[in-house]
Write a protein that binds this ligand. Structure first.
Ligand code: ADP
Ligand code: MG
Length: 466
């Protein structure tokens, strides 16, 4: 072997001084000496991805060769081994322990994950790794998400970048991240050479702040520009954070101009996002936004059936019905309930009975009985009366707006456990006496006004069913 591990460490540490800590951590540190450097004039290096290999060759090739020569006194050739470095081969600390100043780009993070493992260990190169369970195949479709699903497939399978950005939005636990990962998996399978960078908005934020601190914003930006598809999960995280938003906007524009596909998820559609800068909002609005809605009963049953089958869980029909009926707004909780039943079934060695299931899931069901939030109420009421959600917080006294707002206050009092001051806070920080007045107004009006009484009933049932 022309080079021993110690020499390699020395070379790395010299390179660190020469290229700077940040570039080092992004590009040089991921390289590892491969054990099989058989030939005298060659050195074999592991590199996680072809992208890093190309980047290093182009930008640091000369430097690397020079260092190798200095260390061995010979002119060595580098042979690359692309792929994840073998376990235990890490010679200079795992990448994951290192600075995350620059989002390191990798196409292989996913391959590094043993199937079924949600929290990957080790390589954490490209922002956030993909979950191997989140594919199109494991995604159950129905009325609530078929449009989002079809759009996601289209994005994954069509290279024309017609819809940019593509935004998946909707409530918690409804499959946004799942669909986003599915797009990534699909693109990676179809075009292994494309660079798909998936990152939580939180991580984007964090990396950016770090880049600011380390004065490496340029490198931060450049690293994004090298991707083909950029995916940022939960962008609402960026809203309200001005500098990050600004940076995101520029990165975003640069990528769109280069014809790169951008996929985002958020808890709301762009125009409903508060605290989002106007031009970013309008830019985001230029793409395609698809909403994932809450699944209806039929679909919840379908999801349960599929997940139970995947787990090898024997789920009696009446238990499935109980679950689908009681856990109505969130697929993640549906899964959680199923996991608990699974654990019980394994322990007892027999399919769980309805009464037992009720027992086991009591706390979950209880939490469900008061799940309506003031925001949901405001949203639903605004939608119902075709006014803007923002009007719920606004000051307009025009009846077309003020009445729905009072209706929302009325329903908030009826359907949640919040106090008047708490409700007031949700309505733009009004005084709680205004809320009390609003509620009383509706209470009085519904006695005589059939139409308003009916509105209240419909809204209540919309909000309490699912
Ligand atoms: P979100 O990002 O919208 O909060 P996730 O994508 O993380 O939600 O989904 C939460 C969990 O529910 C995940 O385990 C996901 O696999 C599962 N899930 C959500 N929707 C579906 C669906 N339609 N079919 C199968 N699993 C789903
Ligand atoms: Mg998510």
């Amino acid at each position: 072997m022309p080079l021993d591990p110690q020499q390699w460490q020395q070379i790395k540490s010299d390179l660190r001084t020469q290229v700077g800590a940040e570039a080092f951590e992004s590009w040089i540190d991921p390289l590892d000496l491969a054990a099989s450097s058989a030939q005298e004039n060659q050195v074999h290096l592991h590199v996680p991805t072809a992208f890093i290999r190309d980047w290093v060759s182009r930008n640091y090739g000369d430097l690397l060769i020079a260092q190798l020569q200095a260390a061995t006194g010979r002119e060595l050739q580098v042979q690359w081994k692309v792929g994840v470095r073998p376990e235990g081969a890490s010679s200079g600390g795992g990448i994951s322990e290192k600075s995350e100043t620059t989002p390191k780009i990798s196409k292989t993070t996913a391959e590094a994950l043993p199937a079924g493992q949600d929290k990957p260990v080790g390589i954490d190169a490209a922002g956030t790794p993909l979950n191997p369970r989140f594919t199109f195949e494991t995604f159950v479709t129905g009325k609530s998400n078929e449009f989002a699903y079809a759009a996601a497939r289209r994005i994954a399978e069509d290279d024309s970048v017609t819809y940019n950005p593509f935004i998946l939005h909707g409530g918690v636990g409804l499959g946004k991240t799942h669909l986003m990962h599915a797009i990534a998996w699909s693109i990676r399978t179809r075009k292994p050479d494309s660079v798909v960078l998936y990152m939580s908005a939180e991580k984007f934020l964090y990396s950016f702040v770090r880049a600011l601190r380390d004065k490496s914003v340029m490198a931060f930006k450049d690293s994004f520009r090298a991707v083909d598809v950029l995916m940022i999960d939960d962008v609402q995280f960026i809203a309200g954070k001005e500098a990050t938003q600004e940076e995101f906007f520029h990165t975003f524009n640069a990528l769109v101009d280069l014809g790169k596909q951008i996929v985002l998820t958020a808890d709301k559609s762009p125009h409903e996002m508060d605290n989002l800068e106007a031009r970013l909002k309008s830019r985001l609005g230029m793409g395609l936004a698809s909403e994932v809605h809450k699944p209806d009963l039929e679909m919840r049953l379908a999801i349960l059936e599929k997940k139970a089958a995947e787990m090898g869980l024997n789920l009696p029909g009446d238990v499935a019905m109980l679950l689908a009926d009681r856990v109505s707004s969130n697929v993640r909780e549906l899964e959680g309930a199923l996991n608990r039943l699974h654990a019980h079934t394994r322990l007892v060695g027999a399919p769980v009975k309805v009464e037992t299931a009720r027992d086991i899931l009591q706390d979950l069901f209880r939490a469900y009985d008061r799940v309506v939030t003031v925001e949901e109420i405001q949203r639903k009421v605004a939608e119902f009366y075709r006014i803007k959600f923002a009007d719920m917080h606004g000051n307009s006294r025009a009846r077309a707006v003020a009445r729905p707002r009072q209706m929302a206050m009325f329903l908030a009092k009826k359907l949640t456990t919040h106090s008047y001051p708490e409700i007031a806070r949700h309505f733009g920080g009004r005084d709680h006496t205004t809320v009390m007045h609003g509620i009383r107004t509706i209470e009085k009006l519904v006695k005589d006004d059939r139409k308003l009484e009916e509105d209240a009933r419909i809204l209540e049932s919309l909000l309490t069913s699912n």
